[in-house]
Design a binder for this molecule. Sequence first.
Ligand code: MN
Length: 187
Amino acid sequence: MEEYNKKRDFTVTGEPEGTVGTSNEKPIFVIQKHAARRLHYDFRIEHNGVLLSWAVPKGPSMDPSVKRLAVQTEDHPMDYADFEGVIPEGEYGAGKVIVWDKGIFQNISVKNGQFIDLDAALEKGHLSIVVAGEKLKGGFTLVRTGKDQTQWLLIKMKDDYAIPERDVIITENRPESVVSGKRITEL
Ligand code: MN
């Protein structure tokens, strides 16, 4: 949480202070739409009382043929999953945030035909998870690419929940917050 706390002035921003939380019986995932200097979607999954986080510039796709760049960022506190609001000008990540999707997930990562835990999957650079959100459902893969340890790709797995982008672009069809129903421009 040190990196998270160092970047923020909690007397100015309404974001929660970074502490390590307790783990949920069913781990959560959250995706926040963040209109900062550049619009992106923050994809976060619970692990050991914090939210592992990736910034996905174009957001998730339900189309397995689409690979979305996902840049791993600093871990966020569990409380961040409920944060929706405006980060003031001059603060780190200044801009508007809505909770674009939220739910639970399950790690289904495999190595040599055996299920492995999230730490082993992170180490390997290949995470497979199944999410049950309001918008996103089914399997997703996060794969680390190249030499840069922070660069990953987020890819929908081929399953019954997959939708070709020619039919639905989930970020366009469902722009609203799953908490307030607001669009990011309405904050
Ligand atoms: Mn962000």
